[in-house]
Design a protein around this ligand. Structure first.
Ligand SMILES: [Zn+2]
Length: 452
């Protein structure tokens, strides 16, 4: 992979007590039967195979922090946190609009490679780093999307203002990309081995319909046992999938000069009736709820003619797939009626279709999955907000609708995402990074590695 010329390189601290490069063997070198016994004991104690944990059990135990290697890894994150923030800024300043993530992806791939991961870049531009486990354990996928909603020529230079970083994309999602790299380094530099495989993905094209994540899941069916999207602020822990349908409705007519317009079909009037009618829809309260919005209006070009075309957009959302589809059908019916009433044609353009993952009731079993319970415990243990919610609109959605236990976890505090005044509170990325590390270790299981 070619180097990124012109980018400063940061110096990361290593734990000098442990061999760092090249990576230790993928199998633990067991020096005696007693260490084998210890490993097995540890595996049982820590629940190495989360898939076999009965529902209702968390894989996190505060005893995990009594291990000196885990403690060292958490400390490593803190000691190197200034570098992490510097790298966060560096990542943000590599422009990465959806579909144009290559340069940012190259940086991430280089860092993963330098840490000894098996790195590949797939057909859509996802950067995938595999860190093999050393025993039987579930395969955990961590995904941090590389792309931003900001066009390539946006000024993405970061302004540091006390505890706040300001720049488009700084919160969504360069924070998570930096957290993910810090987590990889903390594992590598302290020699921590997990039982199951860890797969780290810098995903492409998340902002335009989770395309990178969907691509990876389709090409790698059956690989991920659990999926953790690193996205969103610190707050709730979404384990569901908010369905989102974006549609354009176009009304089309022949047009006419104002002087000859009386009684002629008018797309603008059909549009107006349709919008009024849509806002009379009743949303049932007991089925997970739904929300919708007419956000854009287009049409016409002069004062003195009936427009030949008038359009509006609808953003419809629900966690309930049945409700989502029935409301969409109802909206289309009302559009058709309004068009008929005015003698104009209509067309629908599907801009985006993100499937819904189900209501809290539908996901009751999922709510009891070790992934969700462990996340709840880890975030609670670190005094971070930890309320699981049966919703979500991140790369995790792609996992939820494919039946893979999936959550999304926060990167830092921040706000105004998708705007030019986006900001992030950098100190909060420290507990967020520690949380993902503890989550990985708890769910995958820590294998005992020889102590120096
Ligand atoms: Zn995002």
């Amino acid at each position: 992979m070619p180097a990124n010329p012109g980018l400063p390189s940061l110096v990361w601290e290593s734990d000098s007590l442990l061999p760092i490069f090249p990576r230790p063997l993928v199998l633990p070198s067991l020096r005696s039967l007693s260490s084998l016994a210890l490993l097995l004991g540890m595996a049982l104690a820590l629940g190495l195979d989360a898939q076999t944990l009965p529902p209702g059990e968390s894989a996190f135990s505060p005893q995990l922090l009594e291990r000196s290697d885990v403690d060292r890894a958490l400390e490593w994150i803190e000691e190197n946190f200034e570098n992490q923030v510097a790298e966060w800024i560096l990542i943000n300043e590599i422009p990465a609009p959806s579909g144009l993530e290559e340069a940012r992806g190259r940086y991430v791939a280089e860092q993963m490679e330098a840490e000894g991961l098996e790195v590949s870049v797939d057909g859509i531009g996802n950067v995938v780093g595999l860190r093999q486990g050393v025993a039987d354990g579930p395969t955990l996928v961590f995904a941090a999307h590389l792309d931003t909603v900001h066009p390539i020529d946006t000024d993405v230079a970061v302004e540091r203002d006390g505890e706040v970083l300001r720049a488009p994309g700084i919160f969504d999602n360069s924070a998570s990309v930096a957290n993910m790299l810090a987590m990889i380094r903390a594992l590598e530099r302290t020699g921590l081995q997990t039982a199951g495989d860890l797969i780290f993905i810098g995903t492409a094209q998340e902002e335009v319909g989770l395309r990178g994540m969907i691509h990876w899941l389709e090409e790698n069916e059956g690989v991920a046992d659990m999926l953790i999207a690193m996205d969103g602020g610190l707050g709730r822990i979404p384990y569901g999938a908010l369905g989102i349908y974006w549609s354009w409705f176009h009304f089309l007519g022949e047009g006419s000069h104002t002087n000859t317009s009386a009684g002629r079909p008018n797309p603008a009037r059909a549009l107006s009736d349709a919008i009024a009618s849509i806002y009379e829809l009743e949303i049932p309260e007991d089925r997970g709820g739904a929300v919708y919005n007419v956000g854009m209006l287009r049409g016409g070009s002069v004062f003195n003619a009936i427009p030949e075309r008038a359009s509006f957009s609808v953003d419809l959302r629900s966690v309930n797939p049945v409700l989502l589809d029935s409301l969409q059908a109802e909206i289309q019916d009302r559009v058709a009626q309004a068009a008929d009433g005015h003698g104009v044609r209509w067309e629908m353009e599907e801009e985006n279709r993100m499937p819904a993952g189900g209501t809290a009731e539908d996901l009751a079993d999922r709510r009891q999955h070790p992934l969700i319970l462990t996340a709840e415990d880890v975030y609670g243990f670190l005094d971070l907000p930890n309320e699981p919610v049966a919703s979500g609109s991140t790369d995790a959605n792609a996992g939820v609708v494919r039946g893979i236990p999936s959550i999304s976890v926060g990167r830092s505090e921040g706000g105004d995402q998708h705007t030019l005044s986006e900001w992030a509170h950098w100190p909060s990325a420290l507990p967020a990074t520690r949380a993902v590390l503890l989550l990985a270790l708890s769910l995958s299981g820590v294998a005992d590695s020889p102590q120096p």
